[in-house]
Design a protein around this ligand. Structure first.
Ligand SMILES: [Zn+2]
Length: 267
């Protein structure tokens, strides 16, 4: 009987829901089978910027709670509304935070870190402001996180990939954006394969979550309420999730409670 609960949350920034499918994102699309993959509207009160959307996902509370309205997190109320990695760490759970490219998620920059406490914290900077540098940072974070997942296997991990969003900003939601999403999907697949490779996996109960924060306009960019921007999505698989049941996540505030429930940590 698998008994030891584990959770892997993969955050992929800025991936439009209408981009998902068996052709471009087969790994993420595979969550439609036995589990769920569902559009998640960004709450009306939440600006469709990365800062507030990831804060809502990480804390389970909206802007009225965490107080983050933009990509500078200064003035936040995260002390009263901590992120799920911090809550798990304080509960004695082994945790990993692995972030590519965007400092305030992991570092004390721009009002961060959004994720305050983690047993192990890894940040890979995008060494230059180039698309190649962001792709390289995503690749390095994937490689590092996969080795940690296959090895020590923290009970809760949050892995963040940022390159797709940057491609959207620079080139719009066209062919290069689709290719970036394809690369991110393959990286998601490598992280899931690392979990499956664990010698002890049969004795572990793994919940996996893949989530984005917002979409993009056709020409690139976000921040407004257009459907292609304000429609995020979430996918999850694990014990007690699906098949055939109603999607347990319909709002971004429901991700953190799902993580806590999967770890059996009181919210
Ligand atoms: Zn974003």
């Amino acid at each position: 009987m698998p008994t030891l609960r584990h959770v892997l949350v993969i955050g992929v920034d800025g991936v439009r829901f209408d981009l998902l499918g068996p052709e471009v994102t087969p790994v993420i699309w595979s969550f439609t089978g036995n589990n769920f993959l569902t559009p998640v509207p960004v709450d009306e009160s939440t600006p469709t910027w990365s800062g507030p959307c990831w804060a809502t996902i990480a804390t389970g509370t909206g802007v009225a709670g965490h107080g983050i309205t933009g990509n500078d997190l200064t003035g936040h109320r995260l002390a009263e509304h901590p992120d799920f990695v911090t809550v798990a760490t304080r509960a004695g759970v082994s945790t990993l935070l692995a972030v590519s490219g965007w400092p305030p998620l992991a570092l004390a920059e721009d009002g961060g870190p959004l994720f305050a406490e983690a047993g192990r914290r890894e940040f890979v900077p995008a060494a230059e402001t180039s698309l190649a540098a962001w792709d390289a940072a995503d690749e390095a974070v994937t490689e590092l996180a996969a080795s940690i997942l296959a090895g020590e296997g923290p009970r809760l991990s949050f892995v963040y990939l940022g390159a797709v969003d940057v491609v959207g900003h620079v080139l719009g939601a066209g062919p290069a954006y689709r290719e970036a999403a394809r690369a991110a999907d393959q990286r998601v697949g490598r992280l899931l394969a690392a979990v499956r490779s664990r010698p002890s996996v049969a004795d572990e109960a793994w919940t996996t979550v893949v989530v984005t924060d917002h979409g993009h306009l056709d020409r690139g960019g976000h921040g407004g309420r257009e459907p292609e921007v304000a429609t995020a999505w979430a996918a999850a698989a694990g014990p007690g999730i699906g098949p055939g049941g109603p999607a347990p996540v319909t709002r971004q505030t429901q991700i953190a409670p799902l993580v806590m429930a999967a770890l059996a940590i009181p919210a």
